[in-house]
Design a protein. Structure first.
Length: 435
């Protein structure tokens, strides 16, 4: 197996994301990739989405992909164990940037340049700018970046039109709208979920203090003024307590603005909300019964990556396809509502919600969730403090102090820090260690 470059660094390249799972055994392994045999893919997702992944790969890998799924909670450990034993899969989806950092410096990942991929495809043509693992050479990128968009506002255009409610065109207008909506239902719906809660805290912080401040929480926590983070926690607490319908679960919160007896006017969720809404209301049409608008800050996302551990012909075929115009379009149009792919045109999507997400990403750029740029223990602490603020168990000042001090001493083995920005967001990430 060819090992990676010793100086890998990361910047994101973004594109559409996907959920997948389960094991699929090829029917005619001897005919796969010129006799090279099937390719193994490891994924930390649910089995029900495997068919979507296989549909995306069908033009180049039909019957030739052995997909193995794992529980997300222990996936990283199992993958690193396999790498250490010299038995990694051919291709894997990495679910967080900490795992990516560990593998980058283990030298286990194949540089995309050694797989014959065109760097223009995954750096600019089809993916939003981002992860470049060596600042001096595009050849040393290590993964086709896929990532779920997690911060758009879902609403009913029919309901807004019927009540004469304007769709916000700026962050300020969104805040004004919260105070001026009819009182028949709550302005927003939330679930009791620390992951989505801290994502909103970060969106509020980005709008008020800028994306540079957000990344400085990781890069120089000992030096920053924590007041903007305190204000963001307090603002979230107010939205949660004063403005919101609290859903019984994640799906209930997403569905609250819809149906015959809506409980809220809007909900803030990821692009995958389109599938949940459409699945519960098959008669709904995007743009008429449900639609999304952004918070008018860079769209936030968790970092996820498709990476290779060897350079077999089948691996080259699959990753070349995914980074091509055709593969990018297939990922974009897979129907999961998780696109970060640059669309060739608004008409390149059969799924109109995907087209809107792609347009918002082009207009606003991308921001990475702090939860995805640090180790799982610190991410869990951020989520716990968010929900403690929401329930009144902690003040915004206490929460911000805990996050900043915790990051300063607890971000082991390391974290990603942005060292260069572009119009679309961070263009170069560097893995740093504190331990």
């Amino acid at each position: 197996m060819t090992t990676g470059h010793p100086r890998y660094r990361c910047t994101l390249l973004v594109a559409l994301t996907i959920l997948f799972s389960v094991s699929v055994v090829p029917l005619h392994a001897q005919s796969c990739f010129g006799g090279d045999g099937p390719v193994t893919l490891w994924l930390p997702w649910q089995p029900s989405e495997v068919d979507i992944l296989l549909g995306v790969l069908a033009p180049v890998a039909e019957g030739c992909a052995e997909v193995v799924t794992f529980d997300p909670g222990n996936y990283g450990t199992q993958l690193q164990t396999a790498v250490a034993a010299g038995t990694p899969p051919d291709i894997a989806l990495l679910q967080d940037t900490t795992l990516l950092g560990n593998l980058v410096f283990s030298g286990a990942l194949m540089p995309l340049g050694e797989l014959g991929l065109n760097p223009d495809n995954y750096f600019s043509n089809n993916y939003l700018g981002g992860w470049s693992f060596d600042p001096e050479s595009d050849s040393y990128a290590l993964g086709v970046g896929i990532t779920p968009v997690s911060s758009v506002v879902w609403y009913s255009p029919q309901q807004f039109e019927a009540w004469g409610i304007p769709v916000p065109t700026s962050y300020g207008e969104f805040l004004e709208l919260l105070d001026n909506l009819p009182s028949e239902r709550r302005p927003l719906s939330f679930s009791e979920n620390g992951w989505s809660g801290f994502n909103l805290v970060q969106d509020l912080l980005t709008a008020n203090a800028g994306l540079g401040y957000v990344y400085d929480i990781l890069g120089r926590p000992e030096e920053i003024d924590s007041n903007p983070l305190t204000d963001a926690f307090n603002q979230f607490s107010n939205l949660y307590a004063e403005y919101s319908y609290i859903g019984a679960d994640f799906s209930d919160a997403i569905l609250a603005p819809f149906g015959s007896a809506p409980q809220a006017w809007m909900t803030i969720s990821g692009g995958f909300a389109a599938d949940i809404i459409q699945g519960n209301y098959p008669e709904y049409r995007y743009g008429r019964d449900y639609a999304a608008f952004p918070l008018y800050v860079p769209l936030q996302s968790m970092g996820q990556f498709v990476v290779a551990f060897d350079g077999r012909p089948g691996v080259q075929v699959i990753l070349n396809y995914l980074s091509s115009d055709e593969g990018g379009a297939a990922w974009t149009d897979s129907g999961l509502g998780l696109s970060a792919v640059i669309p060739q045109s608004p008409w390149s999507y059969s799924n109109f919600s995907q087209a809107d997400l792609g347009r918002y990403l082009q207009d606003l750029g991308l921001a990475y969730s702090l939860q995805g740029l640090i180790n799982p223990e610190m991410s869990s602490m951020m989520q716990q403090m968010t929900m403690s603020v929401a329930s009144g168990g902690a003040t915004g000042e206490e929460a911000s102090g805990q996050v900043v001090s915790g990051v300063a001493v607890g971000s082991c083995p390391g974290y990603w820090v942005c060292v260069s920005y572009s119009y679309y967001g961070c263009t170069r990430w560097v893995w740093k260690t504190r331990c």
